[in-house]
Design a binder for this molecule. Structure first.
Ligand code: ATP
Ligand code: MG
Length: 783
């Protein structure tokens, strides 16, 4: 463990002031990228525990992703040790709510073993509901897909509107004539509300039915986690007595519900620290609201502000380019951001004829940089940042062609894969027998010749008997529902057998990873995959990966000690608050709610958003990620392809400024080297069309002040450039000359690159110019 007070010496005065700021005075730290906001937040937690003697369990730290939470946890372990870190309530707003709701579920009218329903399942449910309204929609000329319906529902939830609220609003709107409505919009200069008109009626109705189905399945979707969290903290003031200091990272992207939550969590202590950067607000489509900065000042009187003005992440050249980009946002508040790092090579800007050539360049360049840096840079130092997931295919295949190991950080959607969902569904049923989506998913996996009709019949009976479909099936198998044909009963026997065996194993305390293994044997899942899937091998690998993930979760959570820990926490809490806030009703508090299986399922469901499980191997790979998923992270080398109009800004974007901020977030991830590339053509339904460079970059190039911001020349990785790299990479050691010479020679011998390799790499591509924009003309010679 490092002494935190020693580390405080490394901070600059503003950072130190922020860390040591009085815990009782609410604090906003607003600052640009790389200025150490996350670092300060982490140190402040350590400071609060070590120097202000706050018990670790009373600290509530909110991060934007699970990945960010893991990183913060790792850093804190070094500062204050594993035991202390383990007690801190740390995670995304969703994860924190889940944690509290498991324990105090009954207070908000749910059961502690609720299942978190992921977006995919939600979509399926909404699709079914929409089907029931098909006629109405057709009659009224409304086209509505399940995806957009779900996002409407989600928007309502983000605003804190329940289904009943929505129905009430619809009823109010109905009282108004079309003409009155138009007049109102003109008068108030408002846009139509999504709950207005016939569409509003459908949205509110489906919302209500969707809620009913979820509650019937003892399930919460992602938005519900927050809403029920708010409900718990709003109604049970004593819940907030668990949190003596609330700290929030990436505050600029909190939405109304998350803000409410923060407000309620902090209602007892009034101690809040938030860090954020309005320039990096990129989640408008998730109803993130920038007004929350002002709201905080209103709700927490006396809030003080601290500004951090020194960037520690990037070279001066990268910072200058990023600033040139963001300054086009005319509405932004000007901020100072300095760096003491050397200038470093100018960010590279290059044009290519087509996408494949662009991707080929990126792959070749990564290889070259690794060689010419003498191994100072390795695969894990590179990230390719994309505006959309869909762009990843070309990049992935180009990297593969060059033999560069890579991983996709976002959009891989590991937990949305068929094989993963199958396995999880069985486990969900074991944990929460009422969860209907899991039942319908696996009652016939592997095939037990239980057809759709039978499933419909089972669901129907469940509704009639007011029990879950799983209970229906169990009753059938036990002979308690006699009017079922014997063949059906026989088919279901195996299914019930599997569930009962698994239930027994789980009750005996078998670990999640072992449970998965047992399940795979029981249902012969490998065989099932082989029979039904062409790519069964990679699917089987994924299932093995899930087992690894389970082991990781098991290691991360000292489950055996959990109860002990909680008792200690309870005692300390009691001592602190005495009877001030009243007792929890013991009957209402779940005691065995954090079973290992449940914790594992929750970890899986909550990582569905952007993450794939990380293993040691993934740390030695080039990362491909969306710009959104890269928030808060940093890499030595950042490459951003497809910097063209229609992508940056996206042609679908509602808010162009937000696209600009997104590009700014992407560029500011870079520590040492930054590449922006674009193509001059694109294919539109088979035809080649001209394509122009992103307006954001064109503006920087045409402005006389910023004309020289980007360069076409590639960095040579000269000694000076290597020294700069070493500086921004926290003093990474320089490679020796012999190592460089050897690697460069090896690279030149094996490279397929035009300058050094005998075979020009792009010659097999149609329309590739012999001598055109794409082929790097001025590749530097070996140093
Ligand atoms: P973002 O807005 O992108 O989330 P941030 O403000 O949270 O950025 P951090 O990620 O905390 O910035 O810090 C950026 C980098 O600068 C990290 O590598 C961090 O270790 C380093 N850093 C921050 N402060 C200092 C300091 N005082 N001395 C040395 N390095 C620092
Ligand atoms: Mg940060």
């Amino acid at each position: 463990m490092t002494n935190i007070n020693e580390l405080l010496k490394d901070l600059n005065p503003a950072q130190l002031q922020a860390v040591q700021h009085s815990p009782q005075i609410p604090l906003q730290i607003l600052a640009g990228p790389g200025s150490g906001k996350t670092k300060v937040l982490t140190m402040r937690i350590a400071h609060l525990i070590t120097n202000c003697y706050l018990p670790p369990w009373s600290i509530c730290a909110v991060t934007f992703t699970n990945k960010a939470a893991n990183e913060m946890r790792e850093r804190l372990v070094k500062l204050i040790g594993k035991d202390n870190t383990g007690l801190i309530k740390m995670g995304t707003f969703h994860a924190l709510c889940a944690k509290f709701l498991r324990r105090y579920a009954k207070y908000v009218g749910i059961e502690g073993n609720f299942t978190v329903c992921d977006a995919d399942e939600s979509k399926k449910i909404v699709a079914k509901l929409l089907k029931q309204h098909e006629e109405f929609l057709k009659d009224n000329n409304i086209t509505m897909k399940e995806g957009s319906m779900l996002s409407m529902i989600s928007k309502l939830k983000a605003k804190g509107l329940t289904a009943d609220d929505a129905l009430k609003k619809v009823a109010e709107f109905k009282k108004e004539s079309d003409q009155e409505r138009t007049l109102r919009h003109l008068r108030d200069q408002t846009k139509p509300d999504i709950l207005e008109g016939k569409l509003g009626h459908v949205i509110a109705t489906v919302y209500k039915e969707y809620e009913k189905l979820l509650r019937g399945s003892n399930s919460l979707d992602f938005d519900d986690l927050l809403l029920f969290g708010v409900k718990l903290f709003a109604q049970q003031k004593k819940a907030s007595s668990w949190c003596q200091h609330v700290l929030v990272d990436e505050y600029q992207d909190t939405n109304t519900t998350q803000y409410e939550l923060m407000r309620y969590i902090a209602q007892t202590s009034r101690c809040v620290t938030i860090v954020g950067d309005p320039d990096q607000s990129i989640y408008g489509w998730r109803s993130a609201e920038i007004e929350n900065l002002a709201n905080m000042k209103r709700d927490f009187p006396g809030t003080q502000e601290i500004y951090l003005e020194q960037n520690y992440r990037s070279t001066a050249a990268i910072l200058a380019a990023s600033m040139a980009i963001i300054s086009q946002d005319k509405k932004r508040i000007q901020k100072t951001l300095n760096t003491s790092h050397p200038k470093g090579p100018n960010p590279v800007l290059r044009a290519f004829p087509i996408e494949q050539v662009e991707a080929g360049f990126i792959a070749a360049e990564i290889k070259r940089l690794v060689a010419f840096s003498g191994g100072m840079l390795n695969w894990s130092d590179f990230v390719v940042l994309l505006r959309f997931n869909a762009l990843s295919r070309t990049i992935e295949s180009a990297l593969q062609k060059e033999g560069i190991p890579n991983r996709v950080l976002a959009g891989h959607k590991f937990f949305e894969r068929l094989e993963i969902k199958d396995v999880l569904a069985y486990l969900q049923l074991v944990d929460n027998p009422a969860f209907v989506p899991a039942f319908t998913r696996v009652v016939n996996v592997p095939s037990r010749t239980v057809g759709e009709k039978t499933v419909a019949e089972l669901l129907h009976r469940a509704e009639q008997l007011k029990i879950s479909p799983l209970q229906v099936v169990e009753r059938i198998v036990d002979g308690n529902i006699p009017d079922i044909k014997p063949p059906v009963k026989k088919k279901l026997g195996n299914f019930v057998g599997v569930i009962r065996d698994m239930r027994k194993f789980a009750n005996e305390g078998m670990s999640p990873s072992k449970l998965i293994q047992a399940l795979l044997d029981l249902i012969k899942y490998g065989e099932h995959l082989r029979k039904t899937q062409l790519d069964y091998e990679s699917r089987w690998d994924n299932v093995q990966e899930l087992i690894n993930f389970a082991v990781e979760v098991e290691n991360g959570m000292p489950v055996a000690a959990e109860k002990q820990m909680r008792d200690a926490e309870d005692a300390a809490h009691e001592e602190l608050w005495g009877d001030d806030l009243g007792e929890w009703d013991a009957d209402q508090v779940e005691d065995r709610s954090d079973t290992p299986l449940r914790l594992f399922l929750q970890a899986s469901m909550l990582s569905t958003d952007t993450e794939t499980p990380e293993d040691e191997k993934s740390k030695e790979k080039v990362t491909i990620a969306t710009c959104h998923a890269a928030k808060g992270l940093e890499w030595a080398v950042v490459m951003i392809p497809a910097v063209v109009d229609g992508v940056f800004p996206s042609s679908r974007a509602e808010d162009v400024d937000e696209e600009l901020r997104l590009l700014y977030v992407a560029c500011t991830r870079a520590q040492g080297l930054l590449y922006l590339t674009h193509t001059t053509t694109r294919k539109v339904s088979g035809e080649t069309m001209p394509q122009s460079i992103s307006q954001f970059i064109a503006a920087v190039r045409s402005e006389s002040k910023t004309r020289g911001t980007f360069a076409e020349d590639l960095p040579t990785l000269s000694l000076q450039e290597r020294e700069t790299l070493s500086k921004v990479l926290n003093g990474r050691p320089l490679p020796d000359e012999a190592e460089i010479t050897q690697r460069v020679a090896e690279y030149q011998r094996t490279s397929r690159h035009p300058v050094w390799g005998p075979n020009a790499p792009f010659k097999d591509l149609p329309n590739a110019p012999v001598n055109g924009y794409g082929v790097p003309q001025r590749y530097p010679a070996a140093p």
